[in-house]
Design a protein around this ligand. Structure first.
Ligand code: ASP
Length: 298
């Protein structure tokens, strides 16, 4: 009897360190990407790969996710993270505190009947499930909060949105992956933005806004959460993957935003990868070329 040999595709991982992140953190994007590739080589799925990659980025104190997360105006740290895969399985945490790797808690939420846990209850869920209490605060985050407060004091409290848009970098992290069986996954993790009230939830843990994955590919984005959410940016890029290809889908998505709004997008589809950002963005991929719709068609 003839055995069917499963068709395999080139495994791909893409990582980013946030819209506005500079070359100085490119090594983090690379280390994260290679950790994702190592997970795939060990036989892991696309989901395992984005988790492995995102944990590396969360543990790097220079990024605004996990250790090194930005502080709220009251000095607290609340983080958002999410994962999603091609089977539309998803897990997310919003405004979680006192844990080291929010993305791993989001993965744990995926195993429950729910899609998202928020605030104090997300933190309790994490601690009850074996994630030990952990303080992600860094001196850098403390200094940044002082600067934010000085800004507010000197400029008589600028309008919230305008203050956000003035920020140079955002530094959230994210990863997308495709494994050899053409399964996709996306992850995102953030400490949020500056000028941020306690309790604020951005786009990063919201399916369709901060990330999206499905049978056609995976997308994760970075920038001003409220602006991204309004346009459901990740789903809008995902919906174009098949028609125009991964790179053009990212370009069209970026074109929805004025230059003044920092925005970054990474994607992987059946044709390959896409990346677009209107600021510097440290990112990494093992893929040698950008995806185009032509490449996706047999
Ligand atoms: N999108 C994130 C948020 O608004 C910030 C970022 O991408 O850096 O929380």
């Amino acid at each position: 009897m003839k055995r069917r040999v499963p068709r395999t595709v080139e495994p791909i991982v893409v990582t980013h360190c946030g819209a506005g992140s500079t070359r100085a953190v490119r090594d983090a994007a690379g280390r994260a990407g290679r950790a994702g590739m190592a997970a795939l080589r060990r036989g892991g799925s696309a989901l395992d790969a984005v988790l492995a990659a995102t944990v590396v980025l969360e543990d790097d104190p220079r990024t605004n996710a996990g250790t090194g997360s930005r502080m709220r105006l009251d000095g607290s740290i609340q983080m958002d993270a999410a994962v999603m895969d091609s089977r539309l399985r998803a897990g997310a945490v919003a405004a979680i505190s006192n844990v080291r790797n929010p993305v791993l808690v989001a993965r744990k939420v995926m195993e429950t009947p729910h899609m998202m846990l928020a605030g104090e209850w997300a933190t309790r869920f994490a601690h009850a499930n074996g994630f030990p209490p952990y303080d992600p605060a860094t001196d850098h985050a403390r200094a940044r909060l002082e600067r934010t407060k000085d800004d507010l004091a000197r400029k008589e409290v600028p309008p919230w949105a305008r203050a956000w848009l003035r920020e140079r970098g955002t530094d959230t992290v994210g990863a997308v992956a495709r494994d050899g069986k053409c399964r996709f996954a996306a992850a995102s993790s953030t400490g949020g933005v500056s000028y941020m009230l306690p309790g604020r939830v951005g786009d990063s843990p919201i399916m369709g806004a901060g990330l999206y994955a499905g049978p056609e590919g995976a997308v994760t984005v970075t920038g001003v959460g409220e602006e991204i959410w309004r346009l459901l940016l990740s789903k809008s890029v995902y919906d174009r993957l098949t028609d125009v290809g991964a790179q053009a889908a990212c370009d069209v998505g970026l074109g929805l935003f004025p230059e003044s709004v920092p925005t970054g997008i990474i994607a992987v589809g059946k044709d390959g990868v896409g990346e677009a950002c209107n600021r510097d963005m440290a990112w990494w991929t093992n893929a040698r070329s950008r995806g185009s719709a032509k490449a996706a068609r047999p």
